[in-house]
Write a protein that binds this ligand. Structure first.
Ligand code: RIB
Ligand code: CA
Length: 307
Protein backbone atom coordinates (compact mmCIF):
# COMPACT_ATOMS: atom_id res chain seq x y z
CA UNK A 1 0.00 0.00 0.00
CA UNK A 2 1.48 3.38 -1.05
CA UNK A 3 2.27 5.62 1.92
CA UNK A 4 1.19 8.72 -0.02
CA UNK A 5 -2.26 9.63 -1.26
CA UNK A 6 -2.61 8.02 -4.66
CA UNK A 7 -4.79 9.47 -7.34
CA UNK A 8 -6.90 7.06 -9.45
CA UNK A 9 -6.22 7.54 -13.16
CA UNK A 10 -7.36 6.05 -16.47
CA UNK A 11 -5.04 6.32 -19.49
CA UNK A 12 -6.49 6.45 -23.01
CA UNK A 13 -3.71 5.30 -25.33
CA UNK A 14 -2.73 4.44 -28.90
CA UNK A 15 0.30 2.39 -27.85
CA UNK A 16 2.84 3.52 -29.68
CA UNK A 17 6.35 3.82 -28.39
CA UNK A 18 5.86 6.90 -26.19
CA UNK A 19 2.50 5.62 -24.93
CA UNK A 20 4.35 2.48 -23.80
CA UNK A 21 6.88 4.59 -21.90
CA UNK A 22 4.00 6.56 -20.39
CA UNK A 23 2.36 3.31 -19.21
CA UNK A 24 5.63 2.33 -17.55
CA UNK A 25 5.83 5.70 -15.82
CA UNK A 26 2.22 5.57 -14.64
CA UNK A 27 2.70 2.13 -13.07
CA UNK A 28 5.90 3.24 -11.27
CA UNK A 29 4.71 6.58 -9.83
CA UNK A 30 3.37 5.98 -6.31
CA UNK A 31 1.32 9.17 -6.66
CA UNK A 32 -0.88 7.49 -9.27
CA UNK A 33 -3.15 4.44 -9.20
CA UNK A 34 -3.67 3.30 -12.80
CA UNK A 35 -7.11 1.66 -12.52
CA UNK A 36 -7.61 0.99 -16.22
CA UNK A 37 -6.29 1.52 -19.75
CA UNK A 38 -8.49 2.27 -22.76
CA UNK A 39 -7.25 1.94 -26.32
CA UNK A 40 -8.09 3.64 -29.59
CA UNK A 41 -6.98 3.64 -33.23
CA UNK A 42 -4.11 6.08 -33.65
CA UNK A 43 -0.43 5.37 -34.08
CA UNK A 44 -1.43 1.93 -35.29
CA UNK A 45 -4.81 0.18 -35.59
CA UNK A 46 -6.87 -0.49 -32.46
CA UNK A 47 -6.16 -4.23 -32.45
CA UNK A 48 -2.42 -3.46 -32.31
CA UNK A 49 -2.76 -0.61 -29.78
CA UNK A 50 -4.77 -2.98 -27.58
CA UNK A 51 -2.36 -5.90 -27.90
CA UNK A 52 0.63 -3.60 -27.40
CA UNK A 53 -0.89 -2.17 -24.21
CA UNK A 54 -1.52 -5.67 -22.85
CA UNK A 55 2.07 -6.72 -23.67
CA UNK A 56 3.57 -3.60 -22.05
CA UNK A 57 1.54 -4.03 -18.85
CA UNK A 58 2.53 -7.69 -18.68
CA UNK A 59 6.23 -6.77 -19.09
CA UNK A 60 5.77 -4.35 -16.18
CA UNK A 61 4.22 -7.04 -13.99
CA UNK A 62 0.88 -5.26 -14.07
CA UNK A 63 -1.41 -7.59 -15.95
CA UNK A 64 -3.86 -6.86 -13.13
CA UNK A 65 -4.63 -3.51 -14.79
CA UNK A 66 -7.61 -4.07 -17.14
CA UNK A 67 -7.47 -2.97 -20.78
CA UNK A 68 -10.59 -1.94 -22.72
CA UNK A 69 -10.71 -1.69 -26.52
CA UNK A 70 -12.14 1.54 -27.98
CA UNK A 71 -13.00 3.06 -31.31
CA UNK A 72 -11.39 1.65 -34.42
CA UNK A 73 -11.53 4.81 -36.51
CA UNK A 74 -12.11 8.58 -36.27
CA UNK A 75 -15.66 9.95 -35.93
CA UNK A 76 -15.98 11.40 -39.40
CA UNK A 77 -12.78 11.07 -41.41
CA UNK A 78 -10.52 8.42 -42.85
CA UNK A 79 -8.11 6.83 -40.41
CA UNK A 80 -4.42 7.72 -40.77
CA UNK A 81 -1.85 5.89 -38.65
CA UNK A 82 1.60 7.05 -37.56
CA UNK A 83 3.40 3.78 -38.26
CA UNK A 84 6.16 5.60 -40.15
CA UNK A 85 7.35 6.82 -36.75
CA UNK A 86 6.15 4.03 -34.44
CA UNK A 87 6.90 1.10 -36.76
CA UNK A 88 4.44 -1.43 -38.18
CA UNK A 89 3.82 -3.03 -34.77
CA UNK A 90 3.57 0.31 -33.00
CA UNK A 91 6.36 -0.62 -30.58
CA UNK A 92 9.24 0.46 -32.80
CA UNK A 93 11.47 -2.54 -33.21
CA UNK A 94 10.89 -3.73 -29.65
CA UNK A 95 9.48 -7.26 -29.30
CA UNK A 96 7.62 -7.98 -26.07
CA UNK A 97 6.02 -11.32 -25.15
CA UNK A 98 2.27 -11.80 -25.53
CA UNK A 99 0.23 -10.98 -22.45
CA UNK A 100 -1.28 -13.84 -20.44
CA UNK A 101 -4.53 -11.88 -20.11
CA UNK A 102 -7.08 -10.76 -22.69
CA UNK A 103 -8.76 -7.45 -23.36
CA UNK A 104 -11.98 -6.84 -21.38
CA UNK A 105 -15.38 -7.32 -23.03
CA UNK A 106 -16.67 -3.84 -22.05
CA UNK A 107 -15.83 -1.06 -24.53
CA UNK A 108 -13.52 1.84 -23.67
CA UNK A 109 -16.23 4.52 -23.48
CA UNK A 110 -18.47 2.23 -21.40
CA UNK A 111 -15.64 1.60 -18.93
CA UNK A 112 -14.78 5.31 -18.61
CA UNK A 113 -18.42 6.16 -17.87
CA UNK A 114 -18.90 3.27 -15.41
CA UNK A 115 -15.68 4.17 -13.56
CA UNK A 116 -16.44 7.88 -13.08
CA UNK A 117 -20.06 7.17 -12.07
CA UNK A 118 -18.74 4.82 -9.37
CA UNK A 119 -16.14 7.36 -8.11
CA UNK A 120 -17.53 10.83 -8.91
CA UNK A 121 -14.94 13.60 -8.76
CA UNK A 122 -12.03 11.25 -8.01
CA UNK A 123 -10.70 10.04 -11.35
CA UNK A 124 -8.27 11.80 -13.68
CA UNK A 125 -8.43 10.77 -17.34
CA UNK A 126 -5.15 10.99 -19.29
CA UNK A 127 -5.85 10.82 -23.06
CA UNK A 128 -2.58 10.56 -24.98
CA UNK A 129 -4.13 9.57 -28.31
CA UNK A 130 -6.76 10.76 -30.78
CA UNK A 131 -9.80 11.85 -28.72
CA UNK A 132 -12.37 9.58 -30.36
CA UNK A 133 -13.14 7.58 -27.19
CA UNK A 134 -13.54 10.74 -25.14
CA UNK A 135 -15.96 12.29 -27.63
CA UNK A 136 -18.04 9.09 -27.64
CA UNK A 137 -18.03 8.98 -23.82
CA UNK A 138 -19.30 12.58 -23.77
CA UNK A 139 -22.11 11.66 -26.17
CA UNK A 140 -23.10 8.66 -24.03
CA UNK A 141 -22.82 10.52 -20.69
CA UNK A 142 -23.36 14.32 -20.96
CA UNK A 143 -22.73 14.53 -17.19
CA UNK A 144 -19.10 13.41 -17.71
CA UNK A 145 -17.68 16.93 -17.00
CA UNK A 146 -19.27 16.85 -13.55
CA UNK A 147 -18.22 13.29 -12.78
CA UNK A 148 -14.52 13.53 -13.68
CA UNK A 149 -11.81 15.20 -11.60
CA UNK A 150 -9.53 16.35 -14.47
CA UNK A 151 -8.58 15.45 -18.02
CA UNK A 152 -4.88 15.81 -18.86
CA UNK A 153 -4.61 15.61 -22.65
CA UNK A 154 -1.41 15.14 -24.62
CA UNK A 155 -2.46 17.07 -27.69
CA UNK A 156 -2.25 20.29 -29.63
CA UNK A 157 0.32 22.68 -31.03
CA UNK A 158 -0.79 26.03 -29.72
CA UNK A 159 2.08 28.42 -30.36
CA UNK A 160 4.48 26.13 -32.23
CA UNK A 161 4.76 24.07 -35.40
CA UNK A 162 2.79 20.85 -35.62
CA UNK A 163 4.15 17.35 -36.23
CA UNK A 164 1.42 15.76 -38.36
CA UNK A 165 1.32 18.87 -40.56
CA UNK A 166 3.00 22.26 -40.13
CA UNK A 167 -0.16 23.37 -38.32
CA UNK A 168 -1.41 20.35 -36.38
CA UNK A 169 -0.29 17.88 -33.74
CA UNK A 170 -1.06 14.22 -34.54
CA UNK A 171 -3.60 13.38 -31.77
CA UNK A 172 -5.76 16.36 -32.75
CA UNK A 173 -5.17 16.03 -36.51
CA UNK A 174 -6.07 12.32 -36.54
CA UNK A 175 -9.64 13.04 -35.33
CA UNK A 176 -10.33 16.79 -35.42
CA UNK A 177 -14.08 16.40 -34.99
CA UNK A 178 -13.56 14.46 -31.75
CA UNK A 179 -11.01 17.02 -30.58
CA UNK A 180 -13.42 19.88 -31.33
CA UNK A 181 -16.20 18.19 -29.32
CA UNK A 182 -13.85 17.63 -26.37
CA UNK A 183 -12.31 21.14 -26.45
CA UNK A 184 -15.76 22.74 -26.66
CA UNK A 185 -17.05 20.75 -23.68
CA UNK A 186 -17.03 21.67 -19.98
CA UNK A 187 -14.53 18.90 -19.21
CA UNK A 188 -11.84 20.27 -16.83
CA UNK A 189 -8.95 19.95 -19.30
CA UNK A 190 -5.24 20.57 -19.06
CA UNK A 191 -3.66 20.50 -22.52
CA UNK A 192 -0.05 19.28 -22.77
CA UNK A 193 0.88 20.24 -26.32
CA UNK A 194 3.99 20.12 -28.46
CA UNK A 195 4.80 23.57 -27.07
CA UNK A 196 6.08 21.77 -23.97
CA UNK A 197 6.60 18.14 -25.03
CA UNK A 198 9.18 19.21 -27.62
CA UNK A 199 11.12 20.65 -24.67
CA UNK A 200 11.02 17.31 -22.79
CA UNK A 201 13.11 14.87 -24.83
CA UNK A 202 14.95 11.77 -23.75
CA UNK A 203 18.52 12.65 -24.73
CA UNK A 204 20.42 10.09 -26.83
CA UNK A 205 23.30 10.10 -24.34
CA UNK A 206 20.99 9.05 -21.48
CA UNK A 207 19.26 6.49 -23.71
CA UNK A 208 22.60 4.87 -24.57
CA UNK A 209 23.24 4.13 -20.86
CA UNK A 210 19.98 2.21 -20.47
CA UNK A 211 21.12 -0.93 -22.28
CA UNK A 212 23.56 -1.74 -19.46
CA UNK A 213 21.04 -1.28 -16.68
CA UNK A 214 19.33 -4.15 -14.88
CA UNK A 215 15.78 -2.85 -14.47
CA UNK A 216 12.97 -3.98 -16.76
CA UNK A 217 11.96 -0.35 -17.17
CA UNK A 218 15.36 0.72 -18.49
CA UNK A 219 15.48 -2.21 -20.90
CA UNK A 220 11.96 -1.45 -22.12
CA UNK A 221 12.69 2.22 -22.78
CA UNK A 222 15.97 1.32 -24.50
CA UNK A 223 14.14 -1.07 -26.84
CA UNK A 224 11.22 1.29 -27.47
CA UNK A 225 13.43 4.25 -28.40
CA UNK A 226 15.99 2.29 -30.46
CA UNK A 227 14.13 2.78 -33.75
CA UNK A 228 14.10 6.56 -33.21
CA UNK A 229 17.78 6.88 -32.37
CA UNK A 230 19.27 4.17 -34.60
CA UNK A 231 16.71 3.46 -37.29
CA UNK A 232 15.65 7.05 -37.85
CA UNK A 233 18.95 8.61 -36.75
CA UNK A 234 17.29 11.16 -34.48
CA UNK A 235 19.08 12.88 -31.59
CA UNK A 236 15.96 13.12 -29.37
CA UNK A 237 13.08 10.82 -28.40
CA UNK A 238 10.20 13.12 -27.46
CA UNK A 239 8.49 12.08 -24.25
CA UNK A 240 5.08 13.42 -25.33
CA UNK A 241 2.83 11.00 -23.45
CA UNK A 242 5.08 10.51 -20.40
CA UNK A 243 4.96 14.29 -19.77
CA UNK A 244 1.16 14.19 -19.54
CA UNK A 245 1.44 11.40 -16.96
CA UNK A 246 4.13 13.25 -15.00
CA UNK A 247 2.07 16.47 -14.95
CA UNK A 248 -0.88 14.51 -13.53
CA UNK A 249 1.31 13.44 -10.61
CA UNK A 250 3.28 16.69 -10.35
CA UNK A 251 1.25 19.61 -11.77
CA UNK A 252 4.02 22.10 -10.96
CA UNK A 253 6.19 20.65 -13.71
CA UNK A 254 4.40 22.96 -16.15
CA UNK A 255 3.16 26.53 -16.17
CA UNK A 256 -0.38 26.84 -17.53
CA UNK A 257 -2.56 29.67 -18.79
CA UNK A 258 -6.35 29.77 -19.08
CA UNK A 259 -7.53 29.75 -22.69
CA UNK A 260 -10.41 28.66 -24.88
CA UNK A 261 -9.23 26.15 -27.50
CA UNK A 262 -10.70 25.91 -30.99
CA UNK A 263 -9.89 23.12 -33.45
CA UNK A 264 -9.91 23.56 -37.23
CA UNK A 265 -12.01 20.73 -38.64
CA UNK A 266 -13.08 21.97 -42.04
CA UNK A 267 -11.17 21.22 -45.21
CA UNK A 268 -7.77 22.43 -46.35
CA UNK A 269 -4.27 22.35 -44.98
CA UNK A 270 -5.09 23.66 -41.48
CA UNK A 271 -7.17 20.66 -40.36
CA UNK A 272 -6.41 19.89 -36.72
CA UNK A 273 -4.90 23.29 -35.99
CA UNK A 274 -5.49 24.32 -32.36
CA UNK A 275 -5.98 28.02 -31.67
CA UNK A 276 -6.07 29.86 -28.34
CA UNK A 277 -9.06 32.18 -27.95
CA UNK A 278 -10.75 34.33 -25.33
CA UNK A 279 -14.41 34.20 -26.30
CA UNK A 280 -17.36 34.08 -23.87
CA UNK A 281 -18.95 31.10 -25.64
CA UNK A 282 -15.78 28.98 -25.65
CA UNK A 283 -15.03 27.02 -22.42
CA UNK A 284 -11.74 27.94 -20.76
CA UNK A 285 -9.11 25.24 -20.19
CA UNK A 286 -5.57 25.11 -18.78
CA UNK A 287 -2.92 25.12 -21.54
CA UNK A 288 0.71 24.33 -20.70
CA UNK A 289 3.02 27.10 -21.93
CA UNK A 290 6.28 26.18 -20.16
CA UNK A 291 7.88 23.08 -18.65
CA UNK A 292 10.58 22.46 -16.04
CA UNK A 293 12.50 20.06 -18.26
CA UNK A 294 15.22 19.13 -15.77
CA UNK A 295 12.70 18.54 -12.99
CA UNK A 296 10.62 16.38 -15.32
CA UNK A 297 13.58 14.28 -16.43
CA UNK A 298 14.65 13.87 -12.79
CA UNK A 299 11.19 12.60 -11.80
CA UNK A 300 11.09 10.42 -14.93
CA UNK A 301 14.49 8.87 -14.31
CA UNK A 302 13.82 8.34 -10.60
CA UNK A 303 10.46 6.63 -11.22
CA UNK A 304 11.95 4.30 -13.86
CA UNK A 305 15.11 3.66 -11.84
CA UNK A 306 17.43 5.26 -14.38
CA UNK A 307 19.14 7.40 -11.73
O1 RIB B 1 2.01 14.12 -31.33
C1 RIB B 1 2.42 13.18 -30.37
C2 RIB B 1 1.32 12.22 -30.05
O2 RIB B 1 0.96 11.48 -31.23
C3 RIB B 1 1.73 11.16 -29.02
O3 RIB B 1 0.62 10.80 -28.25
C4 RIB B 1 2.18 10.01 -29.87
O4 RIB B 1 2.01 8.76 -29.21
C5 RIB B 1 1.22 10.10 -31.03
O5 RIB B 1 0.03 9.46 -30.67
CA1 CA C 1 0.01 8.46 -28.06
Amino acid sequence: MADRATSPVIMDVDTGVDDAVALALATRLSELDLIGVTTVAGNVDVEKTTDNSLRVLAMLGRSDIPVYRGMNRPLARAYHDASEFHGVSGLGDAEFPASPVAVQFETAPEFIIRAVRARPGEITLIPVAPLTNIAVALALEPELPRLIKRVVIMGGAFQCRGNATPYAEYNIWADPEAAAIVANSDLPITFIGLDVTHKAPLPKALWATLAAREGVEARMVYALARRTFIGREREEFHLHDPLAVAVTAFPDLVTTESWGVTVESGIGDQIGRTCLVKQPDVPQHQVAVAVKTDAFLARFGEALSFQ
